[in-house]
Design a protein around this ligand. Structure first.
Ligand code: ADP
Ligand code: ZN
Length: 752
């Protein structure tokens, strides 16, 4: 038989796999999806086998040195999915496969010591445990007897440390028992649970589905019985009971012997949501998100791979969870921008979910009150995903009433700029009197957004990013929200030396202070990136609000997402138009989504809800339709804009970013890339079908010290877009003059 070869993806930014020969001694134990150690140039790398074959490639082929796994880390369909991600998003295969695995498994560096075997990265945790007990008739002290009795009440293996803590005894007692031959101790693998040990499975009320929920559930159930790819959009207003449908659908999937994957937005994986899943499915549930420790994530991943957990609830990268026999994928809040990875590879978890569904022949459900424009368009005009609507709230609860306060008028009335309008202030007071709860949204953290010299007009700007520094009162520092640059507050203007320094604009910290002065008796908490930095603080803040210890919760868009707090009857939105100022074609859509979602937090219980939106642009269509919470009307206006300016869904979009320094050189590199693209466009497409725009300075023109230029490609033909990009990148890597490679974002979610 001819020799065996393996194609290996290495964790480097290289757009290809590499072929190695497989020594006979390894032939039997090697499978696609296993890690191998390979020579690469002058070093060694850990790579992942993507395929085995018997045709050699041209040139000399080096042998694989070692196999690192017996069981593949990725199943054949997942491997296929990873290679699809690499090709669709024009990402290096090694990078695409790396993000599918728990952190560290496909590491970039391997230190290889001549005499030492390779350390296979496999972060299990060992801990000492009592693994065996015998009943020899040996004389024991009273205390020893007691400990033996306590041990025998537990199931083996019993972890030593927690046992000693629980029963309050010293290690020496156990040691004595070991020397007397009563017990045996050994290091065993321990499972790091993301849930506190004391946490029991909660009880939640299971509701009988109402007529609308039942209709949709029955459709889902029918599709489940067919075991083939199908996609569905559940467009349900906030509070219409989508979660209850998901839970029933998963129960039905499990009953059919198949597994379920649920994706939630980054901030959506609150204790509340995981409670529901744990209550319904107990030990079968695994959770995956970035706040878990490396060890916890690894252990969750292993439980899933070993078939111990058949329901996975997780954020973006959970779309790659190694579930076997997958029956359903649910993408909740499918419009949420956290599904798009802003680092390389720039994949979108919703779109990957749809591809996975196709590869594994499963049902894929997308749910949202405010579907992404493309999703809705495809569903209603293209028939896929299948469209299903839930138009009313559970128990016929009304949607909240929305008032818009024109802050221009407010300014004239009060003779000065105010943070809280009179109407909002009075409404908050009313709720506090009635012991109801209030949410305040302001999408800017920190205290003041600009530090301005009143004498010369100078503002304090980040030297790396050329953006305003935000004043943070708790640390008394100026902070750049993009690169984390910190600086003390100058006593005098750094430009003119004058001391008339003034804070402009307000962030969540400032508003919290204002609210405290206005409502000294209320308990006021804040939820933003600053207050959730410490592990567990998100849970604590939401928990305190959920249980009613907090009266007012102020926060950034984090408070808008998915939460179900029945006692919230008022939602206030400050500077609603903030997102509209961004130079991004999704600015209107984002604004509409944010306002509708945050409004959806009001009136979810028995008392009806009210929303007060403060804005300087009350006439903008995003605000107008958010006020009536009318998605269709918003859609009709927005889709016209997209059509006129050839944005998705009418074109496929790619954003190429060239970053570097100095500025002139970076601009030249971007111009060269654009020329190359234009040449390939002429060769492969037509002006009519594809436009190459730029290079232009990116809206965030300088970040972390690098200047940024972007090239935007719009094409009515996705295949051609790919061909042009691929050939251009190919040409770029063959060029003798080195041009800085652009980073390519396919289907970008933002153009900043
Ligand atoms: P959505 O995700 O659509 O915003 P949820 O699934 O959070 O809505 O449901 C809103 C509330 O209604 C939740 O408190 C949920 O427990 C409750 N609920 C859901 N379905 C029913 C039902 N059939 N009968 C009564 N209450 C329900
Ligand atoms: Zn910066």
């Amino acid at each position: 038989m001819s020799a065996l070869f393996a194609d290996v993806a290495v964790p480097l930014p290289l757009f290809q796999t590499f072929t190695y020969s497989v020594p006979d001694s390894l032939g039997d134990e090697l499978h696609p999806g296993c890690r191998v150690l390979v020579p690469f140039g002058t070093r060694h790398l850990v790579g992942l086998v993507t395929q085995l074959h018997r045709e050699s490639r041209e040139g000399t082929v080096k042998p694989i040195l070692e196999t690192l796994d017996r069981k593949p880390l990725l199943s054949p369909p997942l491997l296929k999915l990873g290679l699809w991600v690499a090709s669709y998003y024009l990402a290096p295969p090694g990078e695409a496969l790396r993000v599918m695995l728990p952190p560290g498994l496909l590491a970039k560096k391997v230190a290889l010591d001549e005499d030492q075997p390779v350390q296979r990265f496999w972060p299990t945790k060992q801990r000492l445990a009592v693994v065996e007990m015998t009943s020899v008739e040996v004389k024991l002290t009273a205390r020893q007897e007691e400990v033996v009795e306590l041990l025998s009440q537990r199931t083996l293996p019993v972890a030593v440390q927690p046992f000693l803590r629980d029963v309050g005894c010293s290690p020496s007692v156990l040691q004595k028992l070991v020397s007397k031959g009563i017990i045996r101790m050994e290091a065993v693998e321990s499972y790091r649970s993301p849930w506190a040990q004391s946490e029991t499975f909660p009880e939640v009320q299971k509701h009988d589905l109402n007529k609308d929920q039942r209709r949709i559930f029955e459709k889902i159930d029918q599709h489940l019985s067919m075991n083939r790819f199908h996609s569905m959009l559940i467009h349900g207003v906030t509070g219409s009971g989508k979660t209850e449908i998901y839970l029933n659908a998963i129960a039905s999937t499990l009953a059919r012997g198949r597994s379920a994957l649920v994706l939630v937005p980054e901030i959506g994986l609150t204790p509340q949501i995981s409670r529901y899943f744990r209550a319904w499915f107990g030990e079968e549930v695994a959770i995956l998100h970035s706040a878990l420790s490396v060890g916890e994530r690894f252990d969750q991943w292993r439980r899933i791979r070993d078939g111990q957990a058949r329901v996975v609830v997780g954020t973006r990268s959970a779309v790659f969870a190694p579930l076997a026999e997958l029956g359903i994928i649910i993408v909740d809040e499918e419009h949420d921008s956290s599904y798009k990875q802003e680092e390389l590879p720039h994949y979108h978890a919703r779109d990957v979910a749809l591809k996975r569904g196709e590869l594994e022949q499963t049902l894929v459900i997308l749910g949202s009150a405010t579907p992404q424009l493309e999703t809705f368009y495809n569903s209603v005009h293209g028939g896929a995903p299948e469209y299903e609507a839930l138009n009313s709230r559970i128990l016929e609860r009304p949607l909240p009433t929305v008032h818009v306060v024109d802050m221009r008028v407010e300014f004239q009335k009060r003779g000065k700029a105010v943070v809280l309008s009179q109407h909002l202030q009075e409404s908050i007071a009313e709720r506090l009197d009635r012991k109801e709860q209030v949410l305040i949204l302001l999408n800017r953290r920190g205290y003041a957004s600009v530090l301005l010299c009143r004498s010369c007009g100078n503002t304090e700007i980040c030297e790396n990013c050329s953006l305003s520094l935000t004043y943070h009162q708790d640390s008394n520092r100026l902070l750049c929200h993009y690169c984390g640059y910190l600086r003390s507050v100058p006593q005098r203007c750094r430009a003119c030396g004058n001391k008339y320094i003034h804070f402009l604009g307000h962030g969540t910290q400032k508003v919290q202070e204002i609210l405290r002065t206005l409502f000294p008796k209320a308990a006021i908490a804040r939820l933003d990136r600053d207050t959730v930095q410490r592990k567990g603080s998100l849970q604590r803040i939401l928990g305190a609000f959920g249980s009613g210890q907090t009266d007012i919760l102020i926060g950034t868009q984090m408070i808008a997402k998915g939460h179900d707090f029945p006692r919230v009857t008022l939602v206030g939105v400050l500077t609603a138009e903030q997102a509209l100022r961004m130079a991004d074609f999704r600015a209107s859509e984002r604004t509409f989504q944010l306002l509708t979602q945050v409004a959806g937090r009001a009136g979810r219980g028995e008392q009806p809800g009210e929303v007060i939106i403060q804005t300087y642009y009350p006439d903008h269509y995003s605000l107008k339709h958010a006020r009536s919470q009318n998605y269709r009307l918003f859609f009709e206006e927005e889709i016209r804009f997209r059509r006129n300016f050839r944005y998705p869904p009418f074109t496929a979009l790619a954003n190429l970013m060239v970053q570097g320094r100095p500025q002139a050189k970076t601009r030249r590199a971007a111009e060269q890339v654009a020329d190359l693209l234009l040449r390939q466009r002429t060769r492969l497409s037509a002006q009519r079908r594809m436009r190459v725009l730029g290079p232009a300075q990116a809206p965030l023109e300088k970040l972390k010290g690098d200047y940024r230029f972007q090239i935007l490609i719009k094409s009515t033909n996705r295949k051609e877009l790919h061909e042009v990009l691929e050939s251009a990148m190919e040409e770029l890597s063959q060029k003798r003059v080195k041009i800085r490679k652009p980073s390519i974002d396919i289907d970008p979610m933002n153009l900043l």
